[in-house]
Design a protein around this ligand. Structure first.
Ligand code: 4AD
Ligand code: MG
Length: 462
């Protein structure tokens, strides 16, 4: 019977003294004259399985030489070992070498730096840390879909190639089939995009929000969950050029409804991980971020604070002596300010709400004070800004004015304005950076270590 190591760990008592087949990779092999031990892993759990072999194997002398990284198929008897650290082991009956691994296999059984492992991104999933990170990443994605499905949200796939800049920040990767060495030009010297593949200038999406808004005006509650791309030149532990974003959008919802959804969703997925990734969380709590388990538990048990932007600025201004960037009303928060709010002042996640309109995107709804917009950022310890969201400007004239003020090309966005013309409703939504969530849950402090193959400025390996 072929089993994954996870299946075996769940039913080893029933399988005592029975023969099973497992397939995986050698983590370590300690051989002696008459017997040996292999620590074995197949990626289905963090724990390794101990394989015991001895001279009764016809190929004992070869097995004794197999190195770290070799892939094997092993059939053996499940032996209960209640007196040992591991409650069971496998006594090998046949061992087949599937793929040999020479001495220079880079992932040796010792501590490797995360920087070194980034250069081995194709092999690092075979380490404990990345094994745990990517299983939690997969479980989190599943939990997010489960949460939205349980609430009847429609999952909508926003396009990857678009002609609009959803954030209006101009941080886009262009998509073109034009020959960069022979660009077609107009009379004034500018590039003639009518000759390009789509007949116009196009780029990779920075956000699926605008498309999600159109679907919310038909299905009421929707979400996107897909890759997004930003050509911002920020080399920080929290920014990637390609990252995944979850963007719900709700018709008939205001900013308060929006924050309630963030809070419910985060608690749901963390509860899911507390239940389904106990082994991994124990690992992170012990080796990556001591106290993580308690932090996650306390988040699900408490109400997330809300703080007006103006209030946050007052709190921070008093501490300006601590900051490299002195802050005042009207400024965006830098990492050090976010950190002060979450790690020192609130000692917990916090929603910062009602931001000055000048520092937020064009689509956010203007508050009655005429100065701020109904926007919220959720800041969390360690990952900084985890969520950015807002109530959307549903008033046609107001939106048009905002677009003109912020130099958003109205001609490209007629369809977006149409939503305000034909049965538009008040509506709200947010974007949650999936990698920042994985960082928060695992305690891993660099975005490059929660993306399978990170893309950052000057780096597109693998
Ligand atoms: O705050 P942002 O730019 O908001 C939007 O894109 C809106 N359209 C969302 C919406 O309302 N539907 O991005 C949302 C979140 C951030 O809070 C952050 O978690 C993440 O996306 N994010 C990044 N994550 C990794 N690398 C980057 N370069 C990121 N930029 C934003
Ligand atoms: Mg933001």
């Amino acid at each position: 019977m072929k089993l994954s190591m996870r299946q075996l760990s769940q039913s080893f008592t029933q399988l005592a003294n029975q023969f099973v087949t497992v397939q995986g990779w050698i983590r370590t092999n300690r051989s002696q004259k008459e017997f040996g031990f292999i620590s074995f892993n197949d990626g289905s759990t963090l724990a390794t399985l101990q394989i015991v072999y001895d001279r009764s194997l016809p190929n004992f002398d070869e097995v004794a030489k197999w190195r770290v990284g070799c892939s094997l198929t092993i059939t053996g008897k499940v032996v209960l070992t209640p007196q040992n650290k591991q409650a069971y082991e496998l006594k090998a009956e046949t061992m087949i070498l599937e793929g040999d691994s020479p001495e220079d296999f880079p992932i040796q059984p010792k501590r490797h730096s995360k920087e070194f492992l980034r250069e081995q991104a194709h092999l690092r999933p075979r380490t404990n840390l990345f094994n745990a990170v990517f299983r939690v990443r997969s479980l989190l994605a599943f939990a997010i879909h489960e949460f939205f499905r349980s609430r009847d949200f429609l999952y909508v796939h926003a396009p990857i190639i678009t002609a609009s800049d959803a954030e209006g920040a101009g941080e886009m990767f262009h998509v073109t089939t034009l020959d960069l060495n022979k660009l077609p030009r107009l009379a004034d010297g500018s590039i003639d995009y009518t000759k390009d593949f789509f007949g116009k200038k196009t780029n990779l999406t920075v956000s699926g929000q605008l498309e999600a808004e159109t679907f919310a005006q038909a299905f009421k509650n929707v979400y996107t969950f897909g890759p997004t791309f930003r050509a911002e030149n920020s080399n920080t532990p929290r920014h990637a050029s390609e990252f995944w974003m979850i963007e719900p959008e709700m018709a008939f919802a205001d900013l308060e409804d929006d924050m309630k959804l963030v809070e419910d969703m985060i608690k749901y997925v963390i509860n899911y991980i507390l239940k389904h990734a106990k082994e991994e969380l124990a690992f992170f709590d012990q080796f990556v971020a001591p106290g993580k388990l308690m932090q996650l538990q306390s988040l699900v048990d408490s109400h997330i604070f809300r703080c007006e932007y103006a209030e946050a600025i007052k709190i921070l201004e008093k501490q300006n002596h601590l900051f490299e960037n002195k802050i005042k009303y009207g400024d965006d928060l830098a990492t050090e300010h976010e950190k002060y709010l979450t790690d020192v002042h609130f000692k917990a996640p916090v929603f910062v709400i009602n931001w000055p309109k000048e520092i937020k995107a064009f689509y956010m709804r203007l508050n009655d004070d005429g100065k701020t917009v109904a926007a919220m950022d959720l800041l969390v310890p360690g990952s900084g800004e985890l969520v950015g969201g807002s109530q959307r400007e549903e008033r046609y004239e107001m939106l048009m004015k905002k677009m003109i003020d912020q130099k958003i090309p109205v001609s490209e966005m007629e369809w977006y304005l149409d939503l305000r013309k034909y049965g538009g409703t008040k509506h709200s939504g947010f974007g949650l950076g999936f990698e920042r969530l994985v960082m928060y849950v695992t305690g891993v402090d660099n975005i490059r270590d929660v993306l399978p193959f990170p893309r950052t400025p000057k780096n597109c390996e693998f």
